[in-house]
Design a protein around this ligand. Structure first.
Ligand code: SF4
Length: 225
């Protein structure tokens, strides 16, 4: 297992304003104060592992002797031999700070800032993997993001990686949610054509959608009758 400590995350006020739809309105000085307070509370760390696929089954793959069952993951790895399971976090200090406020708007701003910081940190991990392993394109999938790959496989992902809690302080609670909450897990894999789980997810009005839903693609992946 490889550890990445001190992942640089520099909060971009302009980006945060856009995400909060505050380009023209809203209390910008309050937001700026919150961004300044948030910056030192972000401690981004990650673990990842280089794994070789041992076996490809009809609707599952085997890595490190562990079976991950997902028709979509299996199809995405048709021509892939090497994958990179990971967990990344920005720690719990920002969440603690948000909880210390009674003001729901401030809590919401800090939550959004945390999400942006986490995705920025994951971008650093992605760039690191791309340069270190000479990969052109990469995509990622996470257990629980589609019905096809249930959240229960979080446990398996963590066991593939080893002692994630000792390494970067992330654990799973009884509902299989990661603690600290501002953490992400998944498997990176090389791709020529970018894949987004959102392409197969019909959820309407999702603020985090990265690609349009594609029913034809969902049918090709065998998850839509
Ligand atoms: S549309 Fe939203 S819920 Fe669905 S996979 Fe994308 S980000 Fe997740």
């Amino acid at each position: 297992m490889e550890n990445l400590e001190h992942i640089p995350v520099s909060l971009d006020l302009g980006k945060i304003k856009r995400r909060l739809h505050m380009e023209r309105t809203g209390d910008l000085s309050q937001l700026q104060t919150l961004v300044e307070a948030a910056q030192p509370l972000i401690a981004a760390r990650a673990v990842y592992k280089v794994c070789y696929i041992e076996e490809k089954l009809e609707d599952a793959i085997l890595i490190d002797g562990i079976r991950l069952k997902s028709r979509v993951l299996r199809k995405n790895l048709e021509d892939v031999e090497r994958v990179f399971p990971y967990v990344i976090t920005i720690g719990n200090k920002l969440e603690e700070k948000a909880r210390s406020y009674n003001d729901l708007l401030k809590q919401y701003y800090l939550d959004t800032i945390g999400n942006i910081a986490l995705v920025t940190a994951r971008g650093f991990l992605e760039d690191r993997l791309r340069s270190r392993y000479a990969l052109a394109g990469m995509s990622s999938m996470s257990p629980g993001s589609l019905k096809d790959w249930p959240i229960e496989d979080q446990r398996l992902m963590f066991s593939i990686l080893g002692d994630v809690e000792a390494s970067i302080g992330v654990r799973l609670n009884q509902s299989l949610l990661m603690i600290p909450g501002k953490s992400l897990s998944g498997i990176y894999f090389p791709t020529e054509i970018p894949f987004y789980t959102c392409q197969l997810c019909p959820r309407e009005r999702c603020p985090s959608r990265k690609a349009s839903y594609d029913a034809t693609l969902a049918r090709e992946y065998g998850i839509l009758e």
